[in-house]
Structures are given as structure tokens and as C-alpha cells.
Design a protein around this ligand. Structure first.
Ligand code: BES
Ligand code: MN
Ligand code: ZN
Length: 500
């Protein structure tokens, strides 16, 4: 794991393997960004001209390496593009992405100093977080020679509060790395009970209390959604409850994650090409686990509960069939029309259970529908809620973390399509249009009256099938983990609410 610290020295004298410097685009070619002025002076102010000469422009995430040829103790300057110079203040996502791209280019380097714009604690945190997230790799299944991510990072800043801000970045980055690891693990090594063990182990170490319901407890407890989905697998399902409380807390947030360790579709089997990355179908549960761990490590003055709804969706002689009726934890019955619409079945048990904790809000996170990807693409999550203000709040919090999200409606007319001739509701709308929204409508039916609930569909964002960009690697991204931490922060303490 890469480490990060703060240093407040001048760049020129620093002993390190690489100095990371930011550049802006301009009509006159690249220009050195704030944070590295004295370094530029060590080269007589020629850095930008030299970079321009090798075709570097300073566009976002562009990378160039310049040997210092003895002019500085550090042997290498790593230039990274920041795009156009902002009028005032840096958007944090610009800094995170630049730092992340730089960190990826530093693979195989022992140490680096980030001389990027960081004149405020918020900017320093963004630089640290982007670099730590970019330095992630997943190599535990590789044999033979390989280069490790940069081991030691230092953020150059004199901003007040930078130490604490960079510490927060480190806590959050560690949580995101755990989520990415879980998503990247092959399903042969991550089945529900194993996920529950890892959750119990990591969460207990962070000071959370953990309760695990096994298949027997789930059956006795009436969790028919989770047991229904899990019954086709030789690896039985689990429900993990994580809880964190703080003496100064005045509010409780509840997070519920879809944790399908592998989604074959079940008897409504997926075609082969749709199954190839379905190990990532537990990304929601991963995000909930990672967020709860970070909340506990940060010691936020809020109460938080997390539910991981864990099952493996497999076809077999014991699998649930299309036409089966499940008795869910809420008391409502569901007719299963398609066993591949399994995420909503495990989630409604988690949501109904979470409501019993009397939370101020419930947020569920799920790789729920292919329709999310059709509507919003790979990088933007869809956010739905039973309260428009809450929906907009979740979107705002996500976007502020650099996690693209967009508010989506829950159109009333879609409810009729979920009517079942035999049970209270069907798990599938036979009309396939608007399937992300229909899934949201289904979930909403299981939220008790008066409970504020939001749903984040991150089917696309949880797994990056394309090339790495910014601080996002190939494979598991850890998406929405940071959004949940930020939501918990928002509900921490008394800010914005008067006690009554
Ligand atoms: N896990 C999938 C959704 C998914 C698709 C996640 C692609 C990530 C990438 C989910 O369980 C599923 O199979 N959904 C079906 C629902 C349909 C049967 C109503 C879908 O979206 O096709
Ligand atoms: Mn499915
Ligand atoms: Zn699924």
C-alpha cells in the first residue's frame, strides 16, 4: 500500500525519485501551474518551453517525463496536464485526476513528491486522494516479475489543515482499495460466506460491530428474497449487518448493498458475453463495507448501519424458478418472472431490515440494471428516491466527490407493469423500456411509509472494462464508496439541523 505524507519545503532541494509538476494549456503553449515555481526557476524558467518542444500541451492527464540531468537532487520531473487554468480555485476532480494519472505513470518508482497546486487543505486532500487511488494495483494472482506502484508519496503544501486532510484521503483510499480488491477477486475465491468473513474481519478491526446471518438464520428470520436468490448455489447466502455509533451523533444513516458474488442469471441464464464480468455484481455491498470502515476510522459523529445482501445467483436443481413466489422480510410476496432480476430480491430484504433501525435515510447501492448503462453510459450512476430533495442531495454529494451521477425519475405509470396475477408484486416489468426506473419502482414498494430512501444504480461505474483513466484503474473501481462516506459526513453532528 502506498503511503502519503505532507511536506512544506521548497521543491528544489528535495531528495526523491520524481517530482510531479502540473501544467496548464495556453495559447502560448504549456505553462507551469502553481506549486512548482521555484522548481521552474532551477531550470531558468525553461520547463514549459522544453515541454512544448516535445509536443506536450498540458491537456488534462497528459504525461511527460523530463530527466533533470543533475540540475536537481531528484533525477526526474514528471509533468502532468491540468488543462486550462481556472479563474479561481481548482476543481477538486481536476486535481484528483491529474494526481491519479501521475501516480499511474510512476509505477516502478520508489518515491515521488507531488508539487501540484495545493494551496488549500481541500486541494491537498484531492491531490493525495487522486494519487493514492491512481497508485492502486491488483497483482495477487500474477506470478513472475512485475513493477510495484509508487511506494512513498509526499504532497507539497503549506495549507493550514493539510495534515488532517491528507490523513482523511489516506483512510478513504484504503477503503476504496478494499472495495476494488473485493470486486476484482475471482468468484471462486469470493463466495457469500467468504465475503462475510472478510467483512467481519476488516470491519471488526475498524471498531464496527458485526452481525452475520447464515442461511439457517436467514430462513428463520423470513428473509425470503435473499434465501430465494441464494438457494441455487452450493455457496449459501449471508446477510451482514455492520454498525457504528458515536456518542455525539444526532442522526442515523443506513446503507444497503447488493452483494451478488456472481450473477449467472440463474435459470434465466445470461448469454456468455453478458456473464464475463458478473463477478463485479457485489460492488454495492463492497461500497457499503468500505464506506462503513472509513466512517468508523474517521470517527464521524453520526450513527451508521450497513447491510451487505450476499448471495450467488446460480442455475441448478435447487435454484428458484421463474413463477416461484418468495416471501420477503417486509411481509410482501414477490412472483419471480425472471431469475436474472435477482438484485432487487436481495435488496428489498436489506432495505426492509434497515428500516427497523429507524434511520434518517436509507441509501441502497447496486449494480442493478443493464438499462442504467443504456441510459447513462459506463461512468454515470443513476440516482432515484422517494423524495426529490434527497435524490438531488445524493447527486450533489456524489458529483462533489468526482463520482458522476444523475437524478432519474420514478414514473408512476411503470408500477402497473409490475402487477402479478398471483403475488403482491412481480420482479420484472414485461415491458422492457425504462428498466432502470422500473427496478427503482420495485424497490420503493418495500420502503415503509415515512422513511426517506434513495437508490443508486451503478451497474456501469462499478467496473471499468476500458483502459485506466485519471485515478480509475481497469476492473473494480470502488465506485460510490466515497459518495457514501461524504453522505455520512453530511449527516454527522448537528450541522444544518436544529435539535428538537
Ligand atoms: N447484475 C445485473 C445488471 C448488470 C448488467 C450489472 C450489466 C452490470 C452490468 C442484474 O442482475 C441483471 O441481470 N439485470 C437484468 C434485469 C432484467 C432481467 C429485468 C438486466 O438489466 O438485464
Ligand atoms: Mn441478474
Ligand atoms: Zn445482478
Amino acid at each position: 500500500m502506498t503511503t502519503v505524507r505532507v511536506i512544506a519545503s521548497d521543491t528544489v532541494s528535495i531528495e526523491t525519485d520524481a517530482l510531479v509538476v502540473g501544467f496548464h494549456t495556453s495559447p502560448d503553449g504549456p505553462q507551469v501551474a502553481p506549486g512548482a515555481d521555484d522548481l521552474d526557476q532551477a531550470f531558468g524558467g525553461t520547463l514549459a518551453t522544453a515541454l512544448g518542444a516535445v509536443g506536450f500541451s498540458g491537456k488534462p492527464e497528459e504525461i511527460a517525463k523530463i530527466p533533470t540531468l543533475g540540475a536537481l537532487p531528484a533525477p526526474l520531473v514528471l509533468a502532468v496536464g491540468l488543462g486550462e487554468r481556472p479563474a479561481d480555485g481548482y476543481p477538486t476532480e481536476t486535481l484528483r485526476r491529474a494526481a491519479g494519472a501521475a501516480a499511474r505513470a510512476l509505477t516502478g518508482t520508489a518515491s515521488a513528491v507531488l508539487a501540484l497546486p495545493a494551496s488549500t487543505a481541500e486541494e491537498a486532500e484531492a491531490v493525495a486522494l487522486g494519487a493514492l487511488l491512481g497508485a492502486y494495483d491488483f497483482t495477487r494472482y500474477r506470478t513472475g516479475e512485475r513493477k510495484d506502484p509508487v511506494a512513498e508519496l509526499s504532497v507539497l503544501t503549506r495549507a493550514e489543515g493539510a495534515e488532517a486532510a491528507v490523513e482523511r484521503a489516506s483512510t478513504v483510499a484504503e477503503a476504496v482499495a478494499l472495495v476494488r480488491d473485493l470486486v476484482n477477486m475471482p468468484p471462486s475465491d469470493l463466495w457469500p460466506a467468504k465475503f462475510a468473513d472478510i467483512a467481519e474481519d476488516t470491519a471488526t478491526k475498524a471498531g464496527l460491530s458485526v452481525e452475520v446471518l447464515d442461511e439457517t438464520a436467514l430462513k428463520e428470520g423470513g428473509y425470503g428474497g435473499i434465501t430465494g436468490v441464494g438457494q441455487g448455489s452450493v455457496n449459501p447466502p449471508r446477510l451482514v449487518r455492520l454498525a457504528y455509533s458515536h456518542p455525539d451523533a444526532s442522526r442515523t444513516v443506513a446503507f444497503v448493498g447488493k452483494g451478488i458474488t456472481f450473477d449467472s442469471g440463474g435459470l434465466s441464464l445470461k448469454p456468455a458475453n453478458a456473464m464475463d464480468w458478473m463477478k463485479s455484481d457485489m460492488g454495492g455491498a463492497g461500497a457499503v463495507l468500505g464506506a462503513l470502515i472509513a466512517v468508523a476510522r474517521l470517527g464521524l459523529p453520526v450513527n451508521a448501519v450497513g447491510y451487505l445482501c450476499l448471495a450467488e445467483n446460480m442455475p441448478s436443481g435447487t435454484a428458484m424458478r421463474p413463477s416461484d413466489v418468495l416471501h420477503t422480510f417486509s411481509g410482501k410476496t414477490v412472483e419471480v418472472l425472471n431469475t436474472d432480476a435477482e438484485g432487487r430480491l436481495v435488496l428489498v430484504d436489506g432495505i426492509a431490515r434497515a428500516a427497523q433501525d429507524g434511520p434518517d435515510l436509507i441509501v441502497d447501492v447496486a449494480t442493478l440494471t443493464g438499462a442504467q448503462i443504456v441510459a447513462l453510459g459506463w461512468r454515470t450512476s443513476g440516482v432515484m428516491a422517494n423524495d426529490d430533495a434527497l435524490r438531488d442531495e445524493v447527486v450533489e454529494v456524489a458529483v462533489a466527490q468526482g463520482e458522476a451521477a444523475w437524478g432519474m425519475p420514478l414514473p408512476e405509470e411503470l408500477r402497473k407493469g409490475l402487477d402479478s396475477p398471483v403475488a403482491d408484486i412481480a420482479n420484472l416489468n414485461p415491458d422492457r423500456w425504462g428498466a432502470m426506473l422500473a427496478a427503482g419502482i420495485f424497490l420503493r414498494e418495500f420502503v415503509p411509509d415515512g422513511v426517506r430512501w434513495a437508490h443508486i444504480d451503478m451497474a456501469g461505474p462499478s467496473f471499468n472494462k476500458a483502459e485506466p483513466y485519471g485515478y480509475t484503474p481497469k476492473g473494480g473501481t470502488g465506485a460510490i464508496t466515497r459518495t457514501l462516506v461524504a453522505l455520512a459526513e453530511r449527516y454527522a453532528g448537528d450541522s444544518g439541523h436544529t435539535a428538537d
